[in-house]
Design a protein around this ligand. Sequence first.
Ligand SMILES: [Zn+2]
Length: 80
Amino acid sequence: MTFSTTKRFIAGVTCPKCAALDKVQGFSVDGVDFRACIACDYTDELRVNSPPREIQTRVNVPEQDPAQRVDPIKLIDPQK
Ligand SMILES: [Zn+2]
């Protein structure tokens, strides 16, 4: 889940610091989710939903450099 850059209250969430209900806002800064309590100075970065690192597959492996590629050579006999 990624929050909007606009701060929005998260319903039913209590502040981990002061335990105030419905005082925690969720918002996103540069794609990173934060939660902040308006009743105290509590702010926390949410890392739980951070996107997983891309797993290297056959699809995203960079193609071999053509200069490094070995092509079979046909030998032609000039006497024929
Ligand atoms: Zn609080």
